[in-house]
Design a protein around this ligand. Structure first.
Ligand code: APR
Length: 251
C-alpha cells in the first residue's frame, strides 16, 4: 500500500535550507537491534536497565556491566543499516547537492547511521563501539588482554567502560549544543523512531516548533509529540523514509 505523504511536507522539504532529524531506537528496530528494554532478555532479564547503565552500577560491579555491554556490542556488530538509515544518508547527499544542510541527531549508540553513510551526524548518547576510561576519561583503542574484566586503561591503569551516556550522566556538551543549534536553525525537523520520553533529546522537536519549523514525526505509534507535530507519518521508518526520499526526487 503506498504511504500517504502530505504534499505540504514535500513542498517544505524541497524549499528547506536546513533540515534536522532526531532518531531513536525505532530506526534500528528493522535492523534487528533490540531497544534498550527489549535487550533485557534471556540471560540478562533479571536486571533492570537502571541496574546496569549507571555509573553507580559500574562502581558496584564493573565486571557485570562490562560483560553486559560486550554482549550488546556483539549483537550490534552483526546488525546492518536498513532502508531507513540508507534513506537518511541519501537525503543528506541530495540536500548537499543543492547547497542545503542536513544535521542528523541520534540517540542510538549502534553506529548504524555512520555505516549507512550519514556524514553530519551527532551521536548524543555516544557509541557502543568506542571505549574510554571510567577513571581518567581518556579514549582507549587498544589495551592489554591480561584477563582483567573490565580491561585496564593503558594511560592510567583505571577501569575501561563503553563510551555511552548512562542514566545519571550528562550528555557530551558540544554534541548537546550542536543538536540544539540545529533544532533552532532548521526549517524542517523530522522526529523518527523515538518515544520522546528521554530528556534532553525529547525537547529538540519542541524547540524546532517554537522557532517556527515544520515538524514531522515518523513512528508507527503515538508519542507525546504526535499531538503537536505539524505532520505525523504513521508507519515504520524503513518504509516511510525511503518513500519520502523517493517522492522528493520526483518533481
Ligand atoms: N520505525 C519507527 N519507529 C519505530 C519502529 C519502526 N520500525 N519500531 C518502533 N518504533 C518506535 C516506537 O513506537 C517508540 O516510539 O520507536 C520508539 C522507540 O522508543 P524507545 O525504545 O523509548 O527508544 P528511544 O526513544 O530511542 O529512547 C531514548 O532512552 O533508553 C534510553 O538512552 C536510551 O537512547 C535511549 C533513550
Amino acid at each position: 500500500m503506498p504511504i500517504g505523504l502530505p504534499a505540504e511536507l514535500l513542498v517544505a522539504l524541497r524549499r528547506a535550507r536546513r533540515v534536522a532529524a532526531l532518531t531513536g531506537a525505532g530506526v534500528s528496530a528493522e535492523s534487528g537491534v533490540p531497544t534498550f528494554r527489549d535487550a533485557q532478555t534471556g540471560l540478562w532479564s533479571q536486571y533492570r536497565p537502571e541496574a546496569l547503565a549507571t555509573p553507580q552500577a559500574f562502581q558496584r560491579d564493573p565486571k557485570l556491566v562490562w560483560e553486559w555491554y560486550a554482549w550488546r556490542r556483539e549483537l550490534v556488530g552483526r546488525a546492518r543499516p536498513n532502508p531507513g538509515h540508507l534513506a537518511l544518508a541519501e537525503f543528506e547527499r541530495r540536500l548537499a547537492q543543492r547547497g542545503a544542510v542536513f544535521t542528523l541527531i541520534t540517540q542510538n549508540v549502534d553506529g548504524l547511521h555512520a555505516q549507512a553513510g550519514s556524514q553530519n551526524l551527532i551521536e548524543l548518547h555516544g557509541n557502543l563501539q568506542r571505549t574510554k576510561c571510567f577513571d581518567c576519561g581518556r579514549p582507549a583503542e587498544t589495551w592489554a588482554e591480561d584477563g582483567s574484566v573490565p580491561p585496564r586503561c593503558p594511560a592510567c591503569g583505571g577501569r575501561l567502560r563503553p563510551d555511552v551516556v548512562w542514566f545519571n550522566e550528562a550528555l557530551p556538551p558540544e554534541a548537546l549544543t550542536a543538536a540544539f543549534e540545529a533544532a533552532q536553525a532548521c526549517d524542517v525537523f523530522l522526529s523518527v523512531g523515538t518515544s520522546g520520553l528521554v530528556e534532553p533529546a525529547a525537547s529538540l522537536p519542541f524547540e524546532a516548533l517554537r522557532r517556527g519549523a515544520v515538524v514531522a514525526e515518523v513512528n508507527p505509534h503515538e508519542t507525546p509529540l504526535s499531538a503537536h507535530a505539524t505532520f505525523v507519518l504513521v508507519g515504520p521508518a524503513g518504509e516511510v523514509l525511503p518513500a519520502l526520499v523517493q517522492a522528493l526526487s520526483r518533481q
